[in-house]
Design a protein around this ligand. Structure first.
Ligand code: PLP
Length: 380
């Protein structure tokens, strides 16, 4: 039996979502843009899903644009807003150093088009440094991007304070809430655009959404048939969108029942065991508010890859949280931005819990990590 501690990477499909998708796959095959009754039925599924997403994100249904996932939603926001506003003389964007690659690499693409990209640093806890960010924003800033919570550390970002800075300069604010939505109420996020993804909360992969508030000017990054207010043309994914809405409804209900709390207690138990039973375990963002399911540590004297392979051999699925390129382990940009030295950053371990994680799994994982780290250190 696998102990699955990689919910921040993707989650198992919730059985209710799977049933819903099976039903939609069989029954709702019509093109939702056609005019006949089967099309109207498919369209109704999508419009109901739009309402569910709008409620969860504190917007209106006509502000929800369905996409192929979080990556596309981030790209649409960053590229779409920056390109549209460049025409009005807004020639720079400001992004937090801890952003996901979906935002960072979209910004990099803008750089090649002549947009100036300014990077706001993180503090040692992994929060965006507000004072530093404020000095980077000016009257030519098209967009600020600060995620709701970080995918590696789970650290919750000061989006409300950034929104004030954005408002003062007439800049749009994009917030990537892909990791936050499963855990925290995102209906109060005062961002101009908010990106979310279905597969992080028990829904299918390949479906996401971007909330685009009414006054936010942006241009599409894909061109075609005019669907989704022409901001995301293409025949809509009825099955995926219906599954996404079912998953969001379940996540909202779980929050209402305070289900994140016992998960947080399990996370804290795992953290306590690792810190007390091993030397040289550093919790990333442990002193600031974090998502309840995230535990990110750097461990002295081990490298992520060996640790993850050993854990995998014991049936424990976890993640290092950093990208691997050309076979060589690269330290995470998030950890480097927090001022963590490169060597320590290479010993990163992200354990991300979900609603199905049990107490026994926590104990077994702690036992295995302690044993494996001790063995790996002895080998050095
Ligand atoms: N943004 C964040 C913070 C994420 O964690 C992820 C997924 O890892 C994405 C964006 C990309 O979402 P998707 O996998 O739906 O493209």
């Amino acid at each position: 039996m696998t102990i699955y501690l990689d919910h921040a990477a993707s989650t198992p499909i919730h059985p209710v979502v799977a049933d819903r998708m099976h039903q939609l796959l069989a029954d709702e095959f019509a093109n939702p843009s056609s005019l006949h009754a089967p099309a109207r039925s498919a369209r109704k599924i999508i419009e109901e899903a739009r309402e569910t997403l709008a409620d969860a994100l504190g917007g209106r249904p006509d502000e929800i644009i369905f996409t192929s996932g979080g990556t596309e939603a981030d790209n649409l926001a960053v590229l779409g807003v920056a390109r549209r506003r460049r025409r009005d003389g807004r020639s720079n964007i400001v992004i937090s150093a801890g952003e996901h690659h979906a935002v960072l690499d979209a910004a990099q693409a803008l750089r090649t088009e002549g947009t100036e990209v300014r990077i706001a640093p993180l503090d040692a806890h992994g929060r965006t440094d507000l004072d530093a960010l404020a000095t980077l924003v000016d009257a030519r800033t098209a967009l600020i991007a600060v995620m709701a919570a970080n995918n590696e550390t789970g650290v919750i970002q000061p989006v409300e304070a950034v929104a004030e800075v954005a408002r003062a300069h007439g800049a749009a604010l994009h917030s990537d809430a892909v990791q936050a939505l499963p855990w925290i109420d995102c209906s109060m996020l005062s961002a101009s655009t908010i990106a979310v993804s279905a597969h992080k909360l028990g829904g299918p992969k390949g479906v996401g959404a971007l909330l685009v508030r009414r006054k936010t000017a942006l241009e599409p990054i894909v061109h075609g048939g005019g669907q989704e207010r022409a901001l995301r043309p293409g025949t809509m994914n009825t099955v995926g969108i219906g599954g996404f809405a079912a998953a969001v409804a379940i996540a909202v209900e779980r929050r209402a029942q305070s289900i994140p709390h016992p998960i947080e207690l399990r996370r804290d138990r795992l953290q306590r065991r690792l810190v007390s039973e091993l030397d040289g375990v550093h919790v990333s963002g442990g002193e600031v508010p974090r998502l309840p399911g995230h535990l990110h540590v750097t461990i002295d004297g081990v490298d992520s890859e060996s640790l993850l392979l050993s854990l995998d051999a014991r049936g424990i699925a976890a993640s290092g949280g950093s990208a691997c390129s050309s076979g060589a382990a690269e330290p995470s940009h998030v950890l480097l931005a927090m001022g963590i030295p490169k060597q320590r950053a290479l010993g990163a371990l992200r354990l991300s819990l979900g609603p199905t994680t049990t107490d026994d799994e926590i104990e077994a994982s702690a036992d295995a990590i302690v044993e494996i780290v001790t063995r790996l250190r002895d080998r050095r």
